[in-house]
Design a protein around this ligand. Structure first.
Ligand code: COA
Length: 258
């Protein structure tokens, strides 16, 4: 087990649990590495029929660790960015992915759901994509997938304003399949995962391949990544990360367009 990620295989379901409670499950490079390993295992281990993504605590995930963004912006980031392997893994995943989401799903916490095949939200869950608030751009091919899923107007609003989308609206918009009371979320997600695990896996993986254009998704991720890295080095991002560390609102109004 890597710090912050637990992985367990039972009944054909590989359950991956984000668990970094003191930081609201904010994802570090090491955690992305463990998530990427789990997806690779799901693709290659004959025992795995479904991947289940879930989280401990009151928050699904606070998204990428912002202090790691800040380190990366100053050239002090990790040599190998496992997030790239994780995102490509999601795009190329062969087995069905079920997600159980409670509380806030921030940034990649929401964009990873666009690669999941069956998403259950707890009734109080909120989806938040504050990339622009951090002076960044969307990732995980979400700049392609979110407008496709919910239309340009709603996607623009989610990305540009970064305001929480409540769970019931997320279901209405088709980002998620259904709601569950918080206390029943895990059990319901496992029930769905185990049901999918009884289906013919060859048929499921073939169907999933037909429903998704993995190559196009990876190409979009590469475009996003180039812009993302440029944005990380911007004066706007510097202000955003400093504001986060100082627990204040950022002020972008003095920074001219670059
Ligand atoms: N990266 C690093 N640390 C994070 C984090 C993140 N993405 N999100 C939360 N934390 C840390 C906080 O700094 C705080 O640490 P501290 O106790 O050492 O001060 C701790 O986790 C608890 O967070 P807090 O903000 O007190 O919890 P909350 O319940 O009031 O709010 C969030 C939870 C997720 C709404 C809020 O923390 C938040 O907005 N985080 C930033 C999300 C973000 O911008 N992610 C990047 C997306 S691209």
């Amino acid at each position: 087990m890597t710090a912050g990620i637990e992985v367990e295989l039972a009944g054909g379901v590989l359950a991956v649990t984000m668990s970094r409670l003191d930081k609201k499950n904010a994802l570090t490079n090491e955690m992305y590495g463990a998530l990427a390993d789990a997806i690779e295992r799901a693709n290659t281990d004959g025992e795995v029929r479904v991947l289940l993504i879930q989280a401990d605590g009151d928050t699904f995930t606070a998204g990428n660790d912002v202090m790691e963004f800040a380190a990366q912006a100053t050239g002090n980031g990790p040599k190998e960015r496992h997030v790239v392997r994780f995102l490509r893994g999601l795009a190329n995943a062969t087995v069905p992915i079920v997600a159980a989401v409670q509380g806030k799903a921030v940034g990649v916490g929401t964009t990873m759901l666009l690669h999941c095949d069956y998403v259950i939200l707890s009734e109080e869950a909120q989806l938040i994509t504050p990339f622009v608030n951090l002076a960044l751009v969307p990732e995980a091919a979400s700049s392609l997938l979110l407008p496709l899923r919910i239309g340009h107007a709603r996607a623009f609003e989610m990305f540009a304003l970064g305001e929480p989308v409540p769970a019931d609206l997320a279901v209405t918009w088709g980002i998620a399949n259904k709601l569950a009371p918080a206390g029943e979320l895990r059990a319901e997600a496992r029930r769905v995962a185990e049901k999918i695990a009884t289906k013919p896996l060859g048929s499921l993986t073939a169907m999933k391949r037909l429903m998704r254009d993995a190559e196009k998704l990876v190409a979009q991720m590469d475009c996003e990544s180039t812009t993302f890295v440029e944005r990380l080095a911007s004066a706007e991002a510097k202000e955003a990360f400093m504001a986060f560390a100082q627990k204040r609102q950022p002020d972008f109004t003095k920074i001219a367009r670059q």
